[in-house]
Write a protein that binds this ligand. Structure first.
Ligand code: SF4
Length: 123
């Protein structure tokens, strides 16, 4: 039986390996887990999008390199909003000196974001 702690430990080791990853067969041997059980765990982690597996030839045998997948940045979509670096942010508001309803910078950014979304949906 596979424990949550065991899965956590494996994931943590893979994450610590960083972008160079870690060889599946080496990690399995190091942890002393059966091949079948270990394969099940890494397939689960891959299905959850936490790691990716790349098939590699290692010591004349095929195995996988286990590479952590960086979690998606939840702020990614708003990271480039011009308001974050705007020198007028303190004076900006509805019917203030700078009004977001009529801001060309904000308009341009929203237009580009909408284009990206439309493009992503059409693919
Ligand atoms: S809406 Fe325009 S003026 Fe207002 S903070 Fe954003 S970029 Fe600056």
């Amino acid at each position: 039986m596979t424990s949550a702690a065991q899965i956590e430990k494996i994931l943590s080791i893979i994450q610590k390996a960083g972008s160079k990853g870690i060889i599946q067969s080496e990690l399995r041997k190091k942890l002393g887990i059966s091949d079948k059980k270990f394969s099940k765990i890494v397939i689960q982690l891959e299905k959850k999008g936490l790691i990716k597996r790349e098939r590699v030839l290692y010591k004349s045998r095929y195995t996988y390199r286990l590479i952590p997948v960086r979690p998606k940045d939840p702020l990614e979509s708003i990271r480039n909003c011009p308001c974050f670096e705007c020198p007028h942010i303190d004076e900006c508001g509805i019917e203030a000196s700078y009004d977001p309803r009529f801001c060309p910078l904000l308009d341009a950014w929203l237009f580009e974001e909408a284009k990206k979304l439309r493009y992503a949906r059409e693919r």
